[in-house]
Design a protein around this ligand. Sequence first.
Ligand SMILES: C[S@@+](CC[C@H](N)C(=O)[O-])C[C@H]1O[C@@H](n2cnc3c(N)ncnc32)[C@H](O)[C@@H]1O
Length: 334
Amino acid sequence: MNLPAPPSADALRDALASLLDGLPPRRAAQAVERLIASYRGATPTDSPILRDRADVAAYAAYRMPATFEAVRSALAAFAGAVPGWAPASHLDVGGGTGAATWAVSATWPGEREVTVLDWAEPALAIGREIAEANPALKQARWQRTRIGPGLAPDPVDLVTVSYVLNELTESDRAGLLDAVAHAAGAVVIVEPGTPGGYARVIAARDRLVAAGFRIAAPCPHSAGCPIAPGTDWCHFSARVSRSSLHRQIKGGSLAYEDEKFSYVAAARLPVAPVPARVVRRPQIRKGQVLLDLCETEPSLRRTTVTKRHGDLYRAARDADWGDAWPPADAGEDG
Ligand SMILES: C[S@@+](CC[C@H](N)C(=O)[O-])C[C@H]1O[C@@H](n2cnc3c(N)ncnc32)[C@H](O)[C@@H]1O
């Protein structure tokens, strides 16, 4: 699902660019490369991977636009399932520099109570600094906290856990999910769009359903996922504009890249999930569009929409990976 850029995306980009002022480009690239290597290595770790300001500045400039877009995409799908609802309070667990707080404020504009928890003080410090550029985040609280057995958040409307589960031990992950299930009205979890990320999302989904939550997105139902374990993984894609630091590290001249992510949004409030969701990039052929759908059965099915289907065909040509199907306003006239 490709979303139009909100005004805050530009503010975030400018704030991230200014973080790198005074940091030599080579130094920034080295910090990012070292951090990517740490993230590929053995996580969880017993101390923060983000160690100092240069680390965090470089990593935020490199990764935050992508995690922001992934979370924004997940929240857009969630918002579609809870029309008229907006969180009055938001807790971002393992929030780092606060990408999810920017995504929440882009999805539901206006001020709310915002708390970001993380154990890496340099990440919180930079998050606080960047948030100065976003009026909705000026009052946010940035709290140094370790996710572990003692975590017991106060009641809150929305909890986000974005790109964090992978950094936790199995037992801290389970403990975190139980703690947020106890405190939150709604929970949105985002992980990398890899088989491992999907597996962690599904485990979290099962735990939230067992705690009484209903699944709002991406699934059209709260029953078990129809994907047989190990055969595939449900994931989506968000388009991210590349910065000059990106181009320096990754080479090439592409103006954008696609961030792959898996997610689940669950809530205690009533939800209206989509009837079906497009779970692969649609394949457009001459006179027909092939759509891979997850439906309410629950089942996975490929459907072919041809010119004969009139409006529905035109809608299928515009459909994107991650969209609801059929769109609410598409009729069949052929
Ligand atoms: C990959 S970053 C994601 C940051 C942010 N949520 C985002 O989406 O951009 C993972 C974050 O989790 C934090 N983290 C990892 N383990 C933690 C723990 N046990 N307690 C608190 N924070 C933790 C790290 O410090 C880091 O900021």
